[in-house]
Design a protein around this ligand. Sequence first.
Ligand SMILES: Nc1nc2c(ncn2[C@@H]2O[C@H](COP(=O)(O)OP(=O)(O)OP(=O)(O)O)[C@@H](O)[C@H]2O)c(=O)[nH]1
Ligand SMILES: [K+]
Ligand SMILES: [Mg+2]
Length: 371
Amino acid sequence: MVNITEKIKEIEEEMKKTQKNKATEYHLGLLKGKLARLRAQLLEPGPGGVGTAGTGFDVSKSGDARIALVGFPSVGKSTFLSKVTKTKSEVAAYSFTTLTAIPGVLEYGGAEIQVLDLPGIIEGAAEGKGRGRQTSDMVLMILDATKRAEQRYLLERELEAVGIRLNQDPPNIYLKQKKAGGMKITFSAPPKYLDEKMLYNILRDNKMLNCEVLVRDEYATVDQFIDVIMKDHRTYIKCLYVYNKIDSISLEHLNTLAHEPHTQVMSCELDLGITDVVERCWDELKLIRIYTKRKGIDPDFSEALIVRDKSTIEDVCDAIHRTLKESFKYALVWGASARHVPQRVGLGHTVSDEDVVSIVGSKSGLATTTK
Ligand SMILES: Nc1nc2c(ncn2[C@@H]2O[C@H](COP(=O)(O)OP(=O)(O)OP(=O)(O)O)[C@@H](O)[C@H]2O)c(=O)[nH]1
Ligand SMILES: [K+]
Ligand SMILES: [Mg+2]
């Protein structure tokens, strides 16, 4: 059996050799689809794939959110972890100092954010030397400001190859598999980069012979279409690019880096810009602080309940106690999400940051308790 890594190499070679033009477009589209399938196979655990068992990468999730630190070796990931959390991850001038995932806890805004210090990524990690994925709410890509500009692109490419899409929305393409009825493709507007015949070919190649497709984005690309087909193997995640070691570069260069999109600059050594990085993470995570209140008593502003962006009263109930919903009658809300104060709302009401919430239950009147 030819191994998957070799097959991937073969397809990549073939793609490189194939000139891009109208005539080869279909062929290239199919190759892209095949490549995506092989890469997904490579990440599956079990024989032929790269397992994560026993590699020490599986750290259980804790806290209100998780941030993963990724980057090439020796860019300062462990130094950063040691700065923002109480955890000390070994720091050294040689590469691969960190060999397993080291978790730390960043306390900010009343929330506990788990920060995962991951071993340095190497080029080609996607092609078999990879080691599974840790799901997180956000990626901090730590870059070395003294290194060449391609590092950012190279790292992005490694993550792309394992199905990670940074700062992108899932494509606006609807795909539903059916039991019968053949393939049906509809475009809500004439597509700029897609062609119906090519999509049929790719679907057929993926054995999706009965399905319904609706392309809602006229600018959708073949790569995005493949992402939709492979959606179980795709992760869409926010990324903040952080250039460390700005103590060792010119002001002019610093200025250029600082103006790149989704970017912060810092020096762990000089303790510069670290608070800005943390604040930026907080903004990106969009965590919501809720203060709970009992009848006749002022809300407790010293301890916030942390919920995710776009959470509802139902999520707030669940965060307080698993069974609170069962006795729920209504809630009173003070704050940005309330149209008048207090507003009486149901489980479906969406809360805002720093709202004060009082849950009224049927059994014992006020059911509100803090965690
Ligand atoms: N000049 C400078 N050096 C730094 C800075 N931050 C970290 N370093 C140095 O960079 C080297 C690597 O730091 P680490 O924190 O071990 O890097 P890492 O990314 O965790 O490395 P691996 O675990 O090996 O992947 C160490 O010698 C640090 O002292 C900085 O802001 N400026
Ligand atoms: K190191
Ligand atoms: Mg390290």
